[in-house]
Design a protein around this ligand. Structure first.
Ligand SMILES: *Cc1c(COP(=O)(O)O)cnc(C)c1O
Length: 385
């Protein structure tokens, strides 16, 4: 389906709402019925009919249609956060006694649901390095799910989606991926046979740092299964108002991603040449170890990358960060604004320490500003080192 058609028309039944160009925000908790017969009939298909907004809401439904089409899957659900989408989807695939293989160093709360929450309910997880060999070697006879994140959002290791989905299909193992880094614009894992495609829509999908939202895209069968169980019971839904904001954010997804990619190319090349930079870690660079795999399964790379500073102390890293004026100091990423995230803040912080992340690593998220505005700022802040 054409991306332009998806973004401007799909799911928008304008004749039904006065031919309004923008979708209506159906701000209601419930829907009423003219008679017993139609009330009864609505329950035959709760995923489609409008009964109660914890299940289905027309504004949210427009967004679901667009997201499923963008990810080239049959259906989608949206959740109140990326974490909710990931947790609900993982939980939907396992029961006590089952085993999950997850890539090592996934998003922190993905690790937490597997390592802490599901462990309490008798589900074991093995965290494996990103290579096909390591992931397949970790599979046991009771493995039900392989959880991927390619690339991950700090050090950007990739997994071979085609090889892993082929391996998993032959063993009846479900594959899921956190696709937040690429957004549906730059990677569609379903094209490689991945079963469940997850997003923190808070990042590029909404793109304006004003909504927290999660997305799960999959087959009709899996979506129906998650809807009737985890989605309805956990109830981590998005409001109709937030859904309308995300539909608006989505309209500009392609132009935002293209702008961000072209700015990031210029900025990473500038940083690669800079004497105060030890290394730039970005999947689209020529020296990226998995460059060939990246170019095979991704259509582009987004604006998130990491730099290793040539700094001799954490204080120096902190001084560099304090010297930045045009990057905000914040978590998250994928919005209109450029951000800097120094991982040294977690150094020696009990419970938060990311031992795999070096203290001189700073993650940058490039927003919609001009590349020169950001380069000038990086250049002056690096002169502090
Ligand atoms: C932010 C993030 C999440 C969690 O999404 P929320 O919307 O914040 O709940 C999951 N995965 C990755 C890679 C993220 O960056």
């Amino acid at each position: 389906m054409d991306q332009d058609y998806i973004l401007s028309q799909l799911g928008e039944d304008r004749a039904n709402y006065y031919n309004a160009t923008a979708p209506p925000i159906i701000q209601t908790s419930n829907f009423c019925f003219p008679d017993i017969k139609s009330f009864k009939k609505a329950f035959e298909h709760e995923l489609v009919n409008h009964i109660y907004t914890r299940g289905n809401n027309p504004t949210v439904a427009i967004l679901r249609k667009k997201l499923a089409a963008l990810e080239k899957t049959e259906d989608a659900l949206v959740f109140g956060s990326g974490s909710a989408a990931i947790s609900a989807s993982i939980i939907s695939q396992v029961q006590a006694g089952d085993h999950v293989v997850c890539v090592e160093n996934p998003y922190g709360w993905t690790k937490s649901v597997l390592e802490k929450l599901l462990k309490r309910f008798g589900v074991e997880t093995t965290f494996a390095a990103s290579t096909t060999a390591a992931i397949t070697a970790a599979v046991r006879t009771n493995t039900k799910l392989i959880m991927l994140e390619s690339p991950n959002s700090i050090t950007f290791e990739l997994q071979d989606l085609e090889a892993l989905s082929k391996f998993a299909k032959a063993r009846n193992i479900v594959t899921a991926i956190d696709n937040s880094y690429s957004s549906p614009h730059f990677q569609n894992p379903a094209e490689y046979g991945i079963d469940i495609v997850l997003h923190s829509g808070t990042k590029y999908i909404n793109g304006h740092s004003d909504v927290v939202i999660g997305v799960c895209c999959s087959s009709k069968k899996i979506i129906q299964q998650i809807f009737l169980s985890e989605f309805m019971t956990l109830g981590a839904i998005i409001s109709p108002h937030d859904a309308a904001l995300v539909i608006r954010g989505l309209r500009t997804l392609p132009i935002r991603m293209e702008r961000i990619q072209s700015s990031t190319k210029v900025i990473t090349h500038f940083l690669q040449q800079h004497p105060k930079i030890e290394k730039v870690i970005y999947p689209w660079l020529d020296d990226f170890p998995e460059k060939i795999l990246a170019r095979k399964q991704m259509k582009g790379a987004s604006g998130l990358f990491s730099i290793l500073l040539k700094a001799d102390s954490i204080e120096k890293v902190e001084q560099f960060i304090s010297g930045l004026n045009n990057f905000y100091l914040a978590v998250s990423w994928g919005g209109y604004e450029s951000l800097a995230m120094p991982f040294c803040i977690f150094h020696n912080m009990p419970g938060k320490e990311d031992t795999h992340v070096p203290w001189n690593l700073v993650r940058l998220s490039i927003g919609l500003e001009s590349p020169q505005y950001l380069i000038d700022d990086l250049d002056q802040a690096l002169s502090i080192l």
